[in-house]
Design a protein around this ligand. Structure first.
Ligand code: HEM
Length: 406
C-alpha cells in the first residue's frame, strides 16, 4: 500500500536528503501518477523486481559501443539533415531545431523507423512527440487536463498507425529471420523496440504496452531538447559576461560537455520528482522522518543549489566549479537510484573524470550538437528575443530565435 493524493507531503530540499530519497528502495516513483493513462506499466513507473527486469533488458540499447556509434558516425548526418534548412535560411527557432534534432536521434534508439526521411515526416513525428511529452508531464500542465488527455490518446492512436505498427512488423520479421538462422545477430537493429520484442514473452510485456514504452523514449528526447536550448542560453550569457568575444568556450568540446553538466544542474527537467512512502515510517540518514504513506517532494531545483555542496555561488553558472568526488556535478537532474535516467550517457556523455582517450570519450549528444550549432555561427537573433513557454510550470523556453552567421 502506498500514498494516495490526499497524503501528507514532505519536501526535501537538501542534496543529501534528496539523493537518499531517490535511491531509497522503499520509496516508490510517484511523479507520473497523474500520467498513468499514458505511462502505466512503462519502465518509468514500475517498482521493485519488475522494474529491475525491464530495465536490465532496455539497458542493452544504451551500451557504450552503441552510443559511440551514434555520436561519432550518425550525429553529423542527423545534424545536416535537420539543421541544414535552417542554416540556409540563416535563422530559426532553437526550441524547434533542438526538438527535431534530438527526436530523430531518439527515434533511432527507441526503434521508430522514419522510412521517408523527409521534412514532412519529421514534422509529423514532432507533432506526436509534443503530445506525448505533454501527457507525460501533465502534472505540471496549466491547460485543461481532460482536454490534454483526449488529445494525447488521439495522438497515440495516430502514432501507432503512422509510425509504430510498421516499425514493429519490420522488427518482428527480422527477429523471425534471426531465429530461422537466415540472418546473424549483428543484422538486428540495436534499439529498445527490438530488444523488447526479443524478450517480450520472458518479460511478460503485453502488446498494447509496446507503443507506449517506445513513446516514452521519444519523451526522453523532449527533455534532452530542452537541455540544448538551456545550454546555448547559459553559454551565450556566460560568454557575454566573461567578454569571450571570439567564443573560445564553444570551440572546445570537452569544455562544452562541462558546461552542459553545469547547465543541467541549474535547469533540472522538472522542479521536483515525487516519491510515495510505504505504510511504515522511513527515516533518512540525516534523521529526517518520512511518515507512513506520505508523498515526498524531492525538490531538485533546491537540492541542486544546496550551498553546502555546491558552494555559496551555487545559483550561478560556473563551468569551472569543483565539487567533491561523491557529488554529481549535474546535481540530481538525471535522478538517482534505480530510476536514474537511462539516456544520461547518450545525452550528456560519460563522466569527465573517466580515464579514456579523447577519440573514444563519449561527450554526449547535447554537447556535440551544441558544439556543431556554434560551429555554424549560432548567435542570438538580432531582433527577436526569447520567450518562456506558457503551457507548463516547468522552466522551458517556448521560442528561442537564433541566427546563423555562416
Ligand atoms: C539531458 C537530458 C535528460 C534529462 C535531464 C533526463 C532526466 C531524467 C530523470 C530525472 C529521470 C528519473 C525520473 C525519476 O526518477 O522519477 C529520467 C529517467 C528516464 N529517462 Fe531521462 N533525461 C534526459 C534524457 C533522456 C533521453 C535522451 C532518453 C531516451 C533516449 C531518456 C529516457 C529516460 C527513461 C526511459 C527514463 C526512465 C528510467 C527508469 O525509470 O528506469 N532520458 N530521466
Amino acid at each position: 500500500m502506498y500514498a494516495s493524493s490526499t497524503a501528507a507531503m514532505v519536501r526535501l530540499t537538501t542534496y543529501a536528503d534528496a539523493r537518499e530519497a531517490l535511491r531509497h528502495r522503499e520509496l516508490r516513483e510517484a511523479t507520473h501518477d497523474e500520467a498513468l493513462f499514458l505511462l502505466d506499466n512503462t519502465v518509468l513507473v514500475l517498482h521493485g523486481d519488475a522494474h529491475t527486469r525491464r530495465r536490465r533488458v532496455e539497458n542493452r540499447a544504451f551500451r557504450r559501443d552503441i552510443l559511440g556509434h551514434f555520436e561519432r558516425d550518425q550525429l553529423a548526418d542527423i545534424f545536416q539533415e535537420t539543421v541544414g534548412p535552417f542554416i540556409e535560411q540563416s535563422e530559426g527557432n532553437l526550441v524547434e531545431i533542438a526538438h527535431r534534432l534530438v527526436m530523430n536521434l531518439s527515434a533511432t534508439v527507441a526503434g521508430v523507423d522514419r522510412p521517408l526521411r523527409t521534412p514532412a515526416e519529421t514534422d509529423r513525428l514532432y507533432e506526436f512527440l509534443k503530445h506525448l511529452s505533454e501527457g507525460a508531464t501533465i502534472i505540471d500542465s496549466t491547460r485543461d487536463k481532460d482536454e490534454v488527455r483526449t488529445e494525447v490518446l488521439d495522438a497515440l492512436d495516430a502514432f501507432k498507425r503512422e509510425f509504430y505498427s510498421a516499425s514493429e512488423a519490420r522488427r518482428r520479421a527480422l527477429i523471425a529471420d534471426f531465429h530461422a538462422g537466415t540472418i546473424g545477430e549483428e543484422q538486428l537493429p540495436r534499439d529498445v523496440l527490438t530488444t523488447l520484442l526479443r524478450y517480450q514473452t520472458e518479460l511478460g510485456v503485453p502488446d498494447d504496452l509496446l507503443p507506449r514504452e517506445v513513446g516514452l523514449y521519444l519523451v526522453g528526447a523532449h527533455t534532452a531538447a530542452n537541455q540544448i536550448t538551456h545550454l546555448v542560453h547559459e553559454l551565450l550569457t556566460w560568454m557575454q559576461q566573461t567578454g569571450d568575444k571570439t567564443r573560445v568556450a564553444a570551440k572546445d568540446l570537452r569544455f562544452v560537455q562541462r558546461c552542459m553538466l553545469e547547465s543541467v544542474r541549474l535547469n533540472p527537467p522538472a522542479p521536483s520528482l515525487l516519491r510515495a512512502a510505504p505504510d511504515a515510517e522511513v527515516v533518512l540518514r540525516t534523521g529526517r522522518s518520512i511518515p507512513a504513506n506520505a508523498l515526498v517532494d524531492v525538490d531538485l531545483a533546491s537540492a541542486n543549489r544546496d550551498p553546502s555542496v555546491f558552494g555559496n555561488d551555487a545559483s550561478e553558472f560556473n563551468p569551472r566549479r569543483e565539487v567533491s568526488p561523491e557529488v554529481y556535478p549535474w546535481g540530481l537532474s538525471f535522478g538517482a537510484g534505480t530510476h536514474v535516467c537511462i539516456g544520461q550517457e547518450m545525452a550528456a556523455g560519460q563522466p569527465m573524470d573517466e580515464d579514456v582517450a579523447p577519440e573514444v570519450h563519449l561527450y554526449g549528444a547535447v554537447p556535440r550538437l551544441v558544439y556543431m550549432l556554434f560551429e555554424h555561427g549560432l548567435t542570438p537573433h538580432p531582433e527577436r528575443p526569447p520567450v518562456a513557454a506558457g503551457h507548463t510550470r516547468r522552466r522551458e523556453w517556448g521560442e528561442y530565435p537564433v541566427a546563423f552567421a555562416r
